[in-house]
Ligand binder design. Structure first.
Ligand code: DC
Length: 224
């Protein structure tokens, strides 16, 4: 069983993917976390984010490990033995990750790592190119989206909970820019796989989206 969940930033992919994985007893991989880890390491080592070759060189000298936390199913990310699970969510990383993830040489390496993790199956992966490139053989492919306004509101709420007050218009602009960059890059741009099921999450709660995906999956294979 392989399940691919793609979609733009802030559509709720990682929350939904983790919950679906837990309900079905599958592993979960947040592929964006890998690009974020590379970005964090590039910033820390003063490696240029606009050069794919030097990023690949840096990555080959870096020990990047993704662990699956047993009770929560969450992904824990380690760089050279240091737990960077929280650090990869920092705004400086978010601001540079679209550029870092746009290089073909780097994607080739990271996609190969993701395919290796996917090989034994029993996995839910979320990202931008999972249904199209990483797991084109997935039995289930979902494309989650929501309006820019709704995604900005969700992000604002998340930041407020973490103690940050950010202007809504500013967040909408950042999301628009990231959408544009992620869907217009030359290599593996964000796009819906032809055989993916599109789910508009704008007016749905998290449990409603999870139930909707599980209904599709259970409807297609009664043994899950
Ligand atoms: O899902 P996220 O916001 O953590 O992803 C961070 C960035 O990584 C996002 O701007 C696009 C990129 N990404 C990608 O290009 N391919 C993936 N499979 C996952 C993420």
């Amino acid at each position: 069983m392989k399940i691919a969940i793609d979609g733009p930033a802030g559509a709720g992919k990682s929350t939904i993917a983790l919950l679906v994985a837990k309900r079905l007893g599958l592993r979960y991989l947040d592929t964006g976390a890998m690009y974020r880890a590379v970005t964090l390491q590039a910033l820390r080592t003063d490696t240029a984010c606009d050069n794919g070759r030097t990023l690949v060189d840096m990555l080959t000298k870096t020990d990047l490990v993704i662990e699956f936390e047993l009770e929560t199913g969450r992904n824990l990310v380690y760089i050279n033995g240091e737990n960077v699970t929280e650090a990869i969510r920092k705004p400086e990383v978010t601001g540079n990750v679209s550029l870092v993830s746009s290089h073909a040489e780097l994607r080739e390496l990271i996609v190969a790592m993701q395919q290796e993790i996917a090989r034994p199956g029993r996995i839910v992966m979320d990202g931008r190119d999972i249904g199209t490139v990483v797991m084109p053989d997935a039995q289930w492919k979902f494309f989650l989206w929501a309006t820019v306004e709704e995604r900005a509101l969700r992000r604002q709420k998340q930041l407020a909970e973490a103690g940050f007050k950010v202007d809504l218009a500013e967040l909408e602009e950042q999301i628009r820019q990231r959408d544009h960059f992620d869907s217009h890059r030359e290599v593996s741009p964000l796009r819906k796989a032809e055989d993916a099921i599109e789910v508009d999450t704008t007016n749905l709660t998290i449990p409603e989206v999870v139930d909707s995906l599980l209904r599709w999956i259970r409807g297609g294979s009664p043994d899950v």
